[in-house]
Write a protein that binds this ligand. Sequence first.
Ligand code: ATP
Ligand code: MG
Length: 141
Amino acid sequence: MQLPFSTIVNSEDETTQLATTFAATLKAGDIVAFTGDLGTGKTFIVKSIAKYFGIEDVTSPTFSIVNTYDEKVKINHFDFYRIKKVEELYDIGFDEYLCDNVAINFIEWAEMFEEVLPLNIYRIVITHLSDSKREIKIIRK
Ligand SMILES: Nc1ncnc2c1ncn2[C@@H]1O[C@H](COP(=O)(O)OP(=O)(O)OP(=O)(O)O)[C@@H](O)[C@H]1O
Ligand SMILES: [Mg+2]
């Protein structure tokens, strides 16, 4: 997949296809930060990527901050939405998670605590256009 990448998807199936193509390029230690309004499809894409790796039971970590899956691959799935202060991230050991070079890391609402994000990570920016139509951009920054 050539980055920067930008496309418009018209259905959940098209999003799943894109997520699967992107998943095939991911490797252990990668970090993928999602930006996009409520309900644009951040969790949907993480679920699709996890499915590609054989992990079926992904749910949103909004209340738990992080869910981890240690199956065929290891996945850390974060959601910053409910976090009020950056200290909460230190409390859950965010730094240790990111040092774990075995896992692939996904972060929803990543822009809320930009200061904790390393440089040179994948960024997926989703914009809701109408109904099932979304613009999806993938960059490395
Ligand atoms: N083209 C599409 N791509 C992704 N999801 C879509 C699409 N069309 C409709 N949907 C629906 O939009 C919803 C996206 O919800 P999802 O929980 O993934 O959003 P989110 O960005 O994670 O929201 P939140 O900010 O609350 O975490 C799902 O119900 C999904 O079925
Ligand atoms: Mg979500």
